[in-house]
Design a binder for this molecule. Structure first.
Ligand code: MN
Length: 288
């Protein structure tokens, strides 16, 4: 199932060029009291909500996908975890460029660790990316993104895929420079998630997905997730041995080679096989 959040926080099922509005399913979410449980409550209850969603689809109103504004398919993520270097091609080709790397680089993810992006940086493709500092280079990084479905801590790679709610296309937008990653990659709109959530049952093998990113139609990044240094299950194991993961937590799996700068007015087309294509406009903060 392909689930989107669109327009005025509506919940939709995506089928080809149509969105079926199943917002009414959210009425079945249990109410909760302060302190609220950690994680995204829609993802927490996704398995039971799916039955309601399937019931609603034949009776629901339709929207044209083209005309809808797509929001982040996860609304209340507790954290965004990201892999810094997880394709050898990114290390070998991009990270020898002094404009991209300003200090000695650790060359394997087992030494580099993971990093966190602010949850407030998260947007859907319909919002686009707004560049904050006009004199700074900001690069695109297309990444397969895993959405955690159930709370987990210290799980093994053999168990890992059982804890996945689904997958999305992600953009880890990054200012190049000397500041900490949590500064350079956490600005508002610098984590783009979309175009919708594809539930895990639709993706047989997350370690064999083609991804490509185009700027204004020109191919910039192209790879397959089989080239991940830490596979998707290994990365979930690594992340869950670092942090307790909650439903709706977001795991950026790393970017392949071909990262490069974006400019106001650019349109990024980001595609992963089975997950769809998100079209992401880039704007200057002035609104250009
Ligand atoms: Mn990245």
């Amino acid at each position: 199932m392909k689930l989107c959040r669109f327009n005025q926080d509506q919940l939709g099922v995506v089928s080809e060029e149509t969105i079926w509005d199943v917002t009414a399913a959210l009425q079945d979410l249990p109410s909760c009291r302060y302190p609220f449980p950690p994680g995204d409550q829609f993802i927490t209850h996704l398995d039971t909500l799916r039955l309601k969603i399937e019931e609603l689809v034949p009776h629901s109103s339709q929207y044209s996908l083209d005309e809808a504004t797509l929001l982040s398919p996860v609304a209340n993520s507790s954290k965004i975890v990201a892999a810094p270097i997880n394709y050898q091609s990114h290390i070998d080709i991009d990270l020898v460029d002094p404009e991209i790397v300003h200090k000695h680089t650790i060359s394997h993810i087992s030494h580099a660790g993971l990093f966190l992006k602010a949850a407030s940086s998260l947007v859907g493709s319909g919002s686009g990316v707004t560049l904050k500092f006009p004199d700074r280079r900001v690069d695109h990084e297309i990444e397969l993104v895993v959405i955690i479905g159930r709370e987990c801590c210290e799980i093994t790679k053999e168990q890992a895929l059982d804890y996945v709610a689904g997958y999305c296309v992600g953009l880890d937008m990054s200012i190049r420079g000397r500041e900490d990653r949590s500064f350079r990659k956490s600005l508002d709109t610098y984590s783009v998630l979309g175009p919708w959530l594809t539930t895990a049952d639709e993706i047989e093998n997350p370690d064999d997905l083609d991804l490509e990113l185009r700027i204004n139609g020109e191919l910039k990044q192209q790879a397959n997730t089989r080239d991940l240094v830490y596979s998707v299950p290994e990365l979930i194991e690594y992340a869950s041995n670092t942090y307790t993961l909650y439903p709706g937590d977001i795991l950026f799996t790393g970017t392949p080679h071909g990262v490069g700068p974006v400019s106001p007015g650019d349109l990024l087309d980001c595609q992963i096989s089975g997950l769809g294509t998100m079209h992401v406009p880039v704007r200057a903060q002035s609104g250009e």
